[in-house]
Every structure is written in C-alpha cells, then in structure tokens.
Design a protein around this ligand. Structure first.
Ligand SMILES: *Cc1c(COP(=O)(O)O)cnc(C)c1O
Length: 398
C-alpha cells in the first residue's frame, strides 16, 4: 500500500488560551492603541517590549506592525539614505530587498553557500560597496557569526539582522539578533510567534532605539515605553526624526505575551520534528541534507534539502510525486516565482548581476514547513514519502 500524508502544511497551532483571554480583555476595555492607557495602566505593547528585551538580553525593544517594517525602520535609524547601497542575502524572502527598496536604497546581493548561509568570501569581496549589511538568517540558517562580524567590523560595516526565522535561536550561546547593532523579528502567522502580523526590533544603542521609537509613530508619548531610553536621548533626536507610523497595537501584544513565555519549549518541539525528518532523509541517494554547525542553535520550523545539479524537470517530478502523496514541497529554483518562493532574480527592480555559484545552489533548494501541528509520527511518514519519491526519480535518471 502506498502511504499518504493527510495533514496541512499551513495549519499552525491555535493561540494559547491565556492569549485568547488577554485579547478578550483588551477588546472589552477597547484601548487597543498602545498609547491609549487608563490611569496607572501599562499597555500590553510596552510589557511585551520589556519581556522580549529580557528574552534576548537586549537593552531596548520596540514592537511594530510587521517584520518588514522593523527592517525598514532599522535601516532608517542607522541612516541609510536614498541612493545608498545596502548589502543583503541573495537567498532570502521578498520583504528583505523590499525593505531596502522602500528607502530608495539599492541592494547589492551576496551569494549563498551549500550550507544555505551567506557566502563569506563573496561578502569579503563586496564589503567595500556599502556601509550597511542587512543580514537575513534565511530559513533559520546561521552563518559563522564570529567570522561575519570580523569581516564587517574590519570594514566599518554596520550589521542589521533579519531574525524572522531565528527567533529563539542563537550562535555559540549568543541569542540570534545580538551580534548586529539592531535586529528585526516577525510575528506573522508562519513565524515563531503568531499575531497574524507584527514585528519586534531590538538594539543596545540608545540613540538608534530612540530614533526607532520616533520613526514608528510615538508622537511625543515615548515616556510610555518600558524598554526605551530615557527622555534625554529623545531630546537629542525628536526634532529631526520623522513619524512613519507602524506601531503594534495592544491586541497583538496581548496575544504574543503568553507565546513568548513558551517560546523555548516550542523551539524544542520544532527541533524534535526537524530532527525526525532529517534522520529520515539522511543518506537518500541524490539528496543532500543541510549539515548544521555545532555552534548553531537553530529552530527547525522548516527544513531544506538540496537536489544539487538535478534538472528542473526531475525536481518538478519529485515535487509533483510528493504532492500526490500529500507532502507539500516548495522549490526555490523555479524560473517563475510561486507563492512565498522567489529568488533574487525575481526582484528585477534591484537590477542585480547574476551570481552563477548561488544560482546552482538556489536551483537545488527544496523547502518544507514543519508546523507544530505535525506529530512525530507525521514527521516520520513525511520523510519516508520524500525518501521514496526522491529515490525513485533519482534512479530513473542514472
Ligand atoms: C517573513 C519574513 C520577514 C518579515 O516578514 P513580515 O511579513 O513583514 O513580518 C523577513 N524576512 C524573512 C526571511 C521572512 O521570511
């Protein structure tokens, strides 16, 4: 009998009961805007910021409307201007080059290695072309952060981290997002905490924190933040920092706070599932699993595999055959962008030169979500299906 998987790859877990209760309270009192507080009340948004700062170890935190907004705000805060160039990953998602484009800046793409991390040789070669690197830990793959920071520090390049897929992860015991001067996280439904939409921004730099708060649309109400610098810092920047509204509201913060409390436990659950699938895929002929560095504390909320140097037709066949058995794989190598998958070649506004080494890697990346609604048995079944279909197509090629 041919096994078939019947689960749903886009179904996340429900919001925890505590979050639902807290959301109902906000709805009942009606003070959804973060600066709309009753006498003596502290807004859910301010509490979330304080708790997320403590979680990451950062001095300051700001909650905003999306991960994309958090990245654009970080770029503005560090002083990127229209026409400036910003380095970023060729392997990432559309909101990353989009954040750079939103400032009228120009992205210079840095290649990707077979580990699916940023190519540090390519970074070294291009480091002189920009003052800022927007580093995307795409699909949770963290490069050697000590080596990356050495390259950037030596060149005086400011690093902003996109931690949309590494919230709760780390490198060598340092939380992901704590190497660069600022880091952006997403609370969109498919990330590690779910408020539908939402973003968080952290930094240790008081002036950058104050700028970010003003940029997000604080008017002169910045004293209602618990994870922001003191008023004297705002005095220095308040007349020359525009308001580009993108605040988070109290409803979302209320939903997120209980999720933050269980984030470490959720990370452990993701990794159990990831490791189950990885073990099932290892040593499949023609398929390369992505080896993780021992210093990398990853969050296995998705898994990638490489069908390196396969023809487009054969990869298409694998994807169709897995799909027929209920396993939804995404391919990053397709010529036309589909759904969430796209490559730097799809962002034509960036006018990027081709990166042949990266194209070879991108053409072989197959990607799969690992929602926590999957059981470990589901994960074992999924890996058996992928293994069987990859093997069958591989054997037909040789
Ligand atoms: C989701 C995501 C973001 C931010 O996305 P928003 O939808 O704006 O919250 C940033 N980078 C990557 C790699 C992402 O996947």
């Amino acid at each position: 009998m041919t096994e078939r998987f019947t689960g749903n790859f886009t179904q996340q877990e429900p919001i925890p009961d505590e979050g639902i209760e807290a959301a109902l309270q906000v709805l009942r009192h009606g003070r959804l805007h973060r600066y709309n507080v009753a006498e003596g009340e502290i807004a859910e948004t301010a509490l979330l910021e304080q708790e997320f700062a403590a979680f990451t170890g950062a001095r300051f935190c700001l909650a905003v409307a999306s991960g994309g907004y958090a990245m654009a705000t970080a770029l503005r805060a560090v002083g990127v201007k229209p026409g400036d160039t910003v380095l970023s990953n060729a392997f990432t998602l559309a909101p990353v080059p989009g954040a750079i484009a939103s400032l009228g800046a120009q992205v210079v793409f840095v290649g990707v290695t077979e580990d699916l991390t940023i190519d540090l040789d390519d970074l070294s070669a291009k480091i002189g072309q920009a003052r800022v690197l927007l580093l995307s830990h795409m699909r949770g793959h963290i490069c050697d952060m000590d080596a990356l920071m050495a390259i950037c520090d030596a060149a005086g390049v400011t690093v902003i981290e996109d931690c949309a897929h590494t919230m709760g992860g780390g490198w060598n015991g340092v939380a992901s997002g704590r190497h660069g001067v600022m880091a952006a996280y997403s609370c969109q439904t498919y990330k590690h905490m779910n408020s539908g939409e939402g973003g968080l921004l952290i930094t240790d730099d008081e002036e950058l924190a104050a700028r970010a708060v003003m940029l997000s649309g604080s008017y002169m109400l910045y004293d209602r933040h618990l994870a922001a610098p003191g008023p004297e810092v705002f005095e220095r920047i308040k007349y020359d920092t525009p308001n580009i509204s993108g605040r988070m509201d109290n409803l979302r913060a209320a939903i997120l706070r209980p999720q933050l409390q269980s984030l470490d436990a959720q990370v452990a659950r993701w990794n159990e599932r990831y490791q189950m699938i990885e073990a099932g895929l290892r040593d499949t002929p023609g398929l390369q699993v992505i080896e993780r560095h021992e210093a990398e504390q990853y969050v296995g909320s998705s898994i990638q595999m490489l069908l390196l140097d396969w023809s487009a037709d054969k990869i298409g066949e694998v994807i169709a055959r897995c799909d027929a058995r209920g396993v939804e794989l995404k391919w990053f190598g397709g010529e036309e962008p589909v759904g969430f998958t796209s490559t730097y070649r799809s962002w034509r506004y960036a006018n990027a030169p081709l990166l042949p080494d990266s194209d070879r890697v991108l053409a072989g990346i197959v990607d799969m979500r690992v929602p926590l609604t999957f059981s470990l048995d589901d994960c074992a079944l999924i890996s058996r299906i992928i293994r069987a279909e990859v093997s069958a197509v591989y054997q037909s090629q040789v």
